[in-house]
Design a protein around this ligand. Sequence first.
Ligand code: RI2
Length: 333
Amino acid sequence: MKLPDELFRIAEDIRTMRIRGAGRIARAAASGLAIVAEKYETGDRDELKEAILEAARVLVSTRPTAVSLPNAVRFVVLRGLNAYEAGADIAELREAIKTSAEDFIHNSKTAVERIAEYGARRIRDGDRVMTHCHSTAAVSVLLKAWEQGKRFEVFSTETRPRFQGRITAAILADAGIPVTMIVDSAARFFMESIDAVVVGADAVAANGAVVNKIGTSAIALAAHEARVNFFVAAETYKFSPETMLGTLITIEERDPAEVVDRDYLEQHPNIRVRNPAFDVTPPEYIDIIITEQGVIPPQGALMILREEFGWFTRSNLPDFLRGPPSPAHVTSY
Ligand code: RI2
């Protein structure tokens, strides 16, 4: 089976974080499946189905934490499998995959726009807002509020070790929003002067816990201590259906060389460096989750999951799309 090179390029870009951010990863995965549907050379619908499943496997194995990735792949594959089982011929099967990928990408972009609208209502004139990492959803809330004429300032963490906070700060500054960049460990120092924290999410669990960039839970703890509102902006495809069944979300650990350079690691072989990419913020520290369906308290996560993923437990998905990624993908690259 020779899958198109473009598919492997997308997978590699996700793995190395050239494509990053939970929403972007999901849209890239959907487009990867559409490419396979369009370009995989065969006249046999069974072979095309296998190629799509193999492509799905390649994509979901790239990064283990952002649930948007398997959710996007499931959305596209499930419609393809349904068409296949309904007797679609090869052209119809190609079309089913392509249109469901397009639908996912369209819905995903619309969801971010709605989140911006709902979230902007929570930003007030004169606020000082803190954010962490680079989340398209969180940034869109801030940009929308600014566009509506609200005037506020933002404290943006730099976000070690990959410095995604620099992307956030640049986008906000380009829009004219006053922005102050701080090191991650300064979050508590500044918290007493902050009115609200807005972050994105890589995954939301059934109990309302939010998995987001490492450091988020410490910021949430500091916000909780200082009685500062803590908002999460997350599309519903970041909610994890597996957690309805009690599965824990896997936290990705990345290469120690992202934290300290290889020379240092070689000079100090007895120092162990660990690099978890995400952490878990418990629901008690979260005031609201802003979704495209509306604003919910974290306790409403299960309701969203039932509505959006009621099909999950009874679907005809293959096993590898129903469980968490294998532990092989969790070790550093
Ligand atoms: P959007 C990112 O993960 C960050 O943790 C960010 O908060 C989250 O995805 C959501 O991003 P990474 O890919 O979907 O930088 O809101 O590891 O853009």
